[in-house]
Design a binder for this molecule. Sequence first.
Ligand code: GRF
Length: 186
Amino acid sequence: MNKINTAVFISGKGSNLKNLIKFSFKKKSPIKITLIYSNKQNAKGLTFAKQYKIKKKIHSFRNKKKTEKILLLTLKKNKIKLICLAGFMKILSKEFIKKFNGKILNIHPSLLPKYKGLNTHKKILDNKEKFSGCTVHYVSPSLDSGKIILQRKIKINKDETYKSLAKRVLKEEHKLYPEALKKIFN
Ligand code: GRF
């Protein structure tokens, strides 16, 4: 099977990136990761580019239009057919989403459509929700609103803190992203 050329976009520590790289090496993985992009020079996740010998690109998003133009050219040059956003903290423009000749996926730490945007764990605990989880979805022009591909749900514990919830949800994210990719492509 020809694996799909994939770029992963990050801004932070990149635990989902590392997890996706490890998954991509498996025979049953439909993807291979050939590009890592970060809008932040000091994103911890960039160390995985070196570790796993994957090409990396860094461009700040200060001039969004210019950066997206460069990105589209880079994606084309590297024959990227899929973008996985993984802790990428910038919002891609409608034009970028339209012009990119492939699919764009995102992982979000809540049971969408509930709790879009930032500080999800805090909002969930403040609202005394009984359940939380994570969602992999297609990226559409409006934030965290594209078609849902797959979700995992967990029960919130009595003594749950933001930190413990974030940790537990992240563990589920690491299972969910590969599952979602297999669901779409296998
Ligand atoms: C994850 O919780 C992801 O859902 C959110 O940002 C976090 C990124 O974590 N969008 P990591 O950088 O993959 O470790």
